[in-house]
Design a protein around this ligand. Structure first.
Ligand code: ADP
Length: 455
């Protein structure tokens, strides 16, 4: 069953049941109260009649007395202990009750009795008659008047229930429609996205606070995220294939050269192998970086903790010196304790040290500084620098400041974008200062402990 029909059915059935139960309750209470009050009235009336008959008992005969007090619809009877006494007097409309078997009651009795499907109030009151004998004054009085009122009440309540149920069914349908509309729209939009392959959003009231509109906004945000990821991915794939094409072309052309003329011109061999080797190394590095970039930071297995930054920087500088033969000076000002992930911070350091190496020939310095709850690692080189207008773009994937100057150094323009991604994952902040011809300095900012890191 559709959700709309389910909501409609459940709300209607629930309301209808509640309404019927409420009306049944009203009817039960009202009918009980009216019948009890009628019985009370009959009781009081019988007691009054008994007193009046006893008073008048001497001068008037019993049948006359009975005739004088008989109710409009009912019967009045005087009954002796042995069940005898004068014949009961019955009103014209209540003949069938004269067939009721006379029963003597020693105490006062008041009850409802049913004769031929009609309801009566029966009251028996014991009185001491003028001759000293105890008699029962028994009155049986029709309750049909009250039953008629109750019948009308039943009709009115049933009518009212029906009258309320009809708009209730309609409003239930309207309500379920209202709830389902955004969901139906959402499904249609999703189908449209699936069919056309284009990202679409739901048209929504901007300022509404209702949950369904909020759900719509969440849906739109999600579509926005999917769209931006999709665009990024497309760009990434096209950039990656574009970037890989150049080294592949170089390798292919040198390989063809060797194939055609390598045997006759051995002097070509060294140059070709060198070019093929360096392009292959470049491609290997690029694919490694691409693979890391394609991974989500959540899959990186981070282990954030308070650690000794000095030790990390010194060991990285040593490893770097051994690999490239470049001197790195380490300076420490203030506490060297910082909150980070060791492996990722080391990777970050290597990216910046590598750039410092590629774009400078002089000394490289790494400073560790402390300011309150903040720790900084500053990597400074005295190299070629970056023009100020290029600074905002260098963290983009595959962005290189100057194709000519970087190609010979073998960079693919991926190092800094990877650095930005790593910094984001370990909660570090990156900033870069550079002056063309003077050099560049990169600052990695992080918290001193867990509280500052907000993890
Ligand atoms: P690459 O692998 O090409 O070095 P990066 O993303 O690491 O890619 O850097 C992007 C560009 O920023 C580089 O091409 C380079 O021109 C510039 N750059 C990065 N670091 C420095 C630096 N320390 N000195 C001068 N230029 C730099």
């Amino acid at each position: 069953m559709k959700l709309r029909s389910t909501i409609h059915l459940y709300s209607s059935v629930l309301f209808a049941v509640l309404l019927i139960l409420m009306n049944l309750f009203i009817y039960a209470v009202f009918s009980r109260m009216s019948l009890d009050s009628q019985l009370g009235q009959a009781s009081a009336e019988t007691a009054r009649i008994a007193a009046a008959m006893r008073k008048a008992g001497d001068g008037v005969t019993a049948p006359e007395l009975l005739r004088a007090y008989v109710p409009v619809e009912g019967m009045l009877r005087l009954l002796t202990v042995d069940g005898g006494g004068p014949a009961p007097v019955t009103s014209a409309s209540g003949q069938e009750i004269s067939r009721l078997k006379p029963v003597y009651h020693p105490g006062k009795q008041a009850e409802r009795v049913r004769v031929d499907g009609r309801l009566y109030a029966f009251v028996s009151v014991p009185v001491i008659w003028t001759d000293g004998n105890v008699l029962n004054v028994q009155m049986t009085k029709s309750l049909e008047g009250t039953m008629d009122t109750l019948r009308v009440l039943r009709l009115v309540l049933a009518g009212a229930t029906l009258a309320v149920l009809l708009p209730l069914l309609l409003s239930g349908r309207l309500l379920s429609g209202l709830i389902m509309r955004p969901i139906v729209q959402m499904t249609a939009t999703m189908r449209e996205i699936q069919r056309s392959g284009k990202f679409r959003r739901l048209p929504l009231k901007a300022h509404s606070k209702d949950e369904l509109v909020e759900m719509g906004h969440t849906f739109n945000d999600m579509i926005g995220l999917l769209e931006s990821n999709y665009v990024k991915q497309e760009k990434f794939v096209s950039d990656a294939s574009h970037e890989l094409r150049t080294p592949l072309t170089v390798i292919e052309s040198y390989a063809s050269l060797l194939k055609r003329r390598g045997r006759d011109h051995p002097e070509l061999f060294d140059e070709s192998v060198e070019a093929i080797h360096s392009e292959a190394v470049r491609m290997k590095e690029m694919t490694e970086q691409l693979l890391l970039l394609a991974k989500h930071p959540e899959q990186w297995d981070l282990e954030l903790k308070v650690m000794d930054l000095e030790e990390l920087v010194r060991s990285s500088a040593k490893a770097f010196h051994n690999a490239y033969g470049r001197e790195v000076t380490v300076q420490v000002k203030g506490s060297p304790e910082g909150y980070s992930d060791e492996a990722k911070l080391r990777q970050l350091l290597f990216i910046f040290l590598d750039n410092a190496r590629k774009y400078s020939d002089e000394q490289i310095t790494v400073r560790i500084e402390a300011a309150g709850q903040e720790r900084m690692i500053v990597i400074t080189d005295r190299g070629i620098g970056i023009p100020p207008e290029e600074l905002p773009k260098i963290f983009d994937r595959f962005y290189r400041v100057d194709e000519a100057r970087t190609r010979e150094n073998g960079g693919a323009g991926l190092g800094l974008s990877l650095a930005a991604e790593i910094a984001g994952a370990i909660g570090a902040e990156l900033s870069m200062d550079s002056t063309v011809g003077l050099g560049t300095s990169v600052t990695i900012r992080m918290a001193a402990d867990r509280r500052g890191g907000g993890q």
